[in-house]
Write a protein that binds this ligand. Structure first.
Ligand code: UTP
Length: 282
């Protein structure tokens, strides 16, 4: 098989309400919550850039303008601190703004993650693309999780989802997969269930918020009826792709994930990053 064209676009579904963080998320997007000094979505964008992507497509909703403002210049602030020792605090975000292009579209109704991804079709087009759920923060200093997945995509050229073993009593929070191992840590998916109760879960392998998707997924989502919670579930569409399309691989990524969509995971991430990752700018 010839080497496929490089994946350049990364989709960030960020239209959810973030109810678990109310009242903070009443007027502020969950994706802007800071882990130490950086908003969650910036970590996701940095991971995508490390994997070679430079086009960030963000699915927003009402009350999410802070995301667009973050990835834009702030002339007043920059003018104010220009020439002072404070400029260095903006070095990382400046590089992102200079090297990546951001586009936005709104999901008008919250009809689920599958629907949010379909809303991004107009920004993605007919190319394979990555998806990052920014509230899953992945720490993998040697090689970012998306970069690991891009390498696998270049080899297998099909959709890939990142998976992780979770405790049996937590399967109800995730899409859960089963399948056959094709190489160590890589599973060809034969079945998946959205948020099963522990007694219904086919395994403890949970899908986390990193995906590489081939563009035929859009047509599949269009034909996918609303599932659990009356939402269009990406898990249902992926199951169709696994069974009738080009196949879907589950990849046990190398690294550590923090579920920053929950208060507990968010606090853990802050503590871990403050102790082990954060470097104070001197
Ligand atoms: P979550 O299930 O974490 O929902 O969505 P949420 O609204 O963000 O948070 P809680 O549960 O109310 O606290 C998973 C991801 O899918 C996006 C969310 O923004 C989040 O990144 N999403 C979900 C959408 O963009 N649109 C939707 O309709 C649903």
């Amino acid at each position: 098989m010839s080497k496929p064209a490089a994946i350049k676009k990364c989709l960030f579904p960020a239209a959810g309400y973030g109810t678990r963080f109310l009242p903070t998320t009443k007027s502020m997007p969950k994706e802007m919550l800071p882990v130490v000094n950086k908003p969650l979505i910036q970590y996701g964008v940095e991971e995508a850039m490390e994997a070679g992507m430079d086009k960030m497509a963000i699915i927003t909703g009402r009350g999410k303008r802070a995301i667009a403002d973050h990835f834009d210049t702030n002339y007043e602030l920059e003018h104010q601190i220009s020439g002072s020792g404070k400029e260095k605090y903006l070095t990382d975000i400046r590089r992102i703004i200079d090297e990546a292009v951001f586009s936005y579209t709104r999901q008008i109704e919250m009809k689920g993650l599958g629907h949010a991804i379909l809303t991004g079709e107009t920004l993605i087009g007919d190319q394979p693309f990555a998806v990052v759920l920014a509230d899953d923060l992945c720490y993998s200093p040697a090689q970012g999780v998306l970069s690991q997945m891009v390498e696998l995509y270049n080899k297998y050229q099909c959709s890939i989802v990142a998976i992780e073993e979770v405790p049996a009593d937590e399967t109800h929070k995730y899409g859960v997969i089963v399948g056959e191992e094709v190489e160590p840590g890589l599973i060809k998916i034969t079945d998946m269930v959205e948020k099963p109760a522990p007694e219904d879960a086919p395994s403890n392998l949970a899908i986390i918020g990193r995906y590489i998707l081939t563009p035929d997924i859009f047509d599949i989502i269009r034909k996918t009826p609303p599932g659990r919670n009356n939402e269009v579930q990406i898990t249902d569409a992926l199951l169709t792709q696994a069974k009738e399309g080009g196949g879907v691989l589950g990849y046990k990524f190398k690294g550590q994930r923090f579920d920053c969509g929950s208060v507990e995971g968010f606090m853990e991430a802050n503590s871990y990053y403050y102790k082990n990752v954060y470097e104070a700018v001197e």
